[in-house]
Design a protein around this ligand. Structure first.
Ligand SMILES: Cc1cc2nc3c(=O)[nH]c(=O)nc-3n(C[C@H](O)[C@H](O)[C@H](O)COP(=O)(O)O)c2cc1C
Length: 402
């Protein structure tokens, strides 16, 4: 059954139907209508539409909703009028109306990076540990499909392991996911594919991924070769995509979340901003170095191998930059002694950030203290609300068309 949960400053509309189809039941329809009335109260800051199950299908079966076949023509017209009135009410809602498409809860969804656990048993153990920590809350697994790193059949095995462990959402990255889509669908996994520019997002949409995250030039890790900024990606994606998309790259402030939502994104991706959370299992010296660093303290290397990476500027990035400039046909073998992941991992253990490629992006300008993850999120939420209020001041909500 659908129900409304009143959380004081927000209303959460829970859709009790865990099934993927027919989610728009008459009961949910009634809840939405009621919530639109309650949302007029000044204390309400947001209305969140979400699901008790793994899926909320916003494109539910409208035939079920208005029971068209069993209605006379005048009754059908009346139902359609009601539906139109509801849509108008939703458009005119004075507070943000957030539909959480998948995942079953509004807010943050964490991803385990499979690449951090080269041994299958270690990945399995990490998923189980995360499940224990998260309870019923959803989380996903990121799988980098770079063929040079992980041979194709091993990638398939990782997808099977993930599905086997009851994960519903996989974030793929590193190459075109097309060859894996049939397997991923067979395994019942929803595919969030990460790309560095909108042109790849359009391609990913065409090959059947469910959702894309588009991370711009500012991002920590791999910004691709185009180096398009997140602000441009957001506006272009809003025009070009039909599937839900997330905007990332340099995101670490609530005002950016509101801007991304305004551009049509379903949410944002954050990496760098969360590295200074107390819960992250890394040495405090590493986190303090990120706090002390500014948005100017990153470096781009590996471009000569078409594998550009944005990391904390340090001795390694200076040396790699020098070698890339001096050796025109440089190879990965030349650089491995400097850039191997093992050196980077040492920094997390020892807190010595002078060596290794340590992924970090421009959001370093927004990492100002080591604190619990909940506090980081609370601050981002407060910043988002402030941005929302600023917007309401300069751009009052237009009247819904009659
Ligand atoms: C320390 C670190 C490790 C990362 N590891 C991966 C990874 O294994 N696979 C991947 O697809 N992206 C990885 N990323 C990229 C993030 O998933 C995300 O796209 C990026 O951090 C977003 O940009 P931001 O850092 O500006 O927030 C990593 C980023 C950081 C900062």
């Amino acid at each position: 059954m659908a129900r409304i949960e009143d959380k004081g400053d927000r209303l959460i509309i829970w859709n009790g139907n865990a099934a993927r189809r027919g989610a728009l039941s008459p009961a949910l329809y009634d809840c939405i209508a009621q919530a639109m009335v309650q949302a007029q109260a000044p204390r309400i800051r947001a209305v969140i539409l979400t699901s008790e199950g793994d899926f909320f299908c916003a494109g539910g079966d409208l035939n079920v909703l208005i029971e068209r076949r069993q209605l006379t023509e005048p009754e059908r017209c009346e139902k359609v009028d009601e539906l139109h009135a509801l849509v108008r009410a939703m458009r005119g809602c004075p507070v943000p109306l957030i539909a959480v498409v998948e995942g079953g809860a509004a807010g943050i969804m964490g991803f385990i990076t499979a690449a951090s656990f080269p041994e299958r048993d270690a990945l399995r153990a990490e998923i189980r540990a995360a499940r224990k920590a998260c309870g019923d809350l959803p989380f996903g697994v990121n799988v980098s499909m770079l063929p040079k790193l992980v041979p194709g059949d091993q990638t398939e095995d990782i997808f099977r392991l993930i599905a086997d462990e009851g994960i519903h959402v996989v974030e793929t990255s590193g190459r075109n996911p097309e060859p894996y889509i049939p397997l991923l669908k067979d395994l019942g996994l929803s595919v969030l594919h990460k790309v560095p520019a909108v042109r790849y997002a359009i391609k990913a949409q065409a090959v059947g991924v469910d959702m894309v995250s588009i991370v711009g030039a500012e991002c920590g890790g791999h910004p691709g070769m185009d180096m398009i900024g997140s602000f441009v990606n957001g506006a272009m994606a809003g025009e070009a995509l039909d599937i839900p998309f997330l905007i990332g790259g340099g995101v670490g402030h609530g005002s950016q979340l509101i801007a991304a939502l305004g551009m049509g994104a379903a949410g944002v991706v954050m990496g760098t901003r969360l590295l200074v959370s107390e819960e992250l299992c890394a040495h405090d010296g590493y986190k303090q170095a990120l706090v002390d660093a500014t948005e100017r303290d990153t470096a781009l290397t590996m471009g000569s191998l078409r594998n550009t990476v944005r990391t904390l500027a340090n001795e390694t990035t200076a040396e790699v930059t020098r070698m890339e400039a001096e050796v025109p046909d440089i190879t990965i073998q030349d650089l491995i002694p400097l850039v191997s992941g093992q050196i980077g991992r040492k920094a997390y253990e020892t807190g010595d950030v002078s060596r290794g490629l340590l992924s970090a992006g421009h959001a370093l300008g927004l990492t100002d203290r080591i604190e619990p993850m909940a506090d980081i999120i609370e601050r981002i939420e407060a910043q988002a609300v402030a941005a929302q209020q600023r917007l309401a001041g300069v751009l009052p909500m237009p009247k819904a068309a009659e």
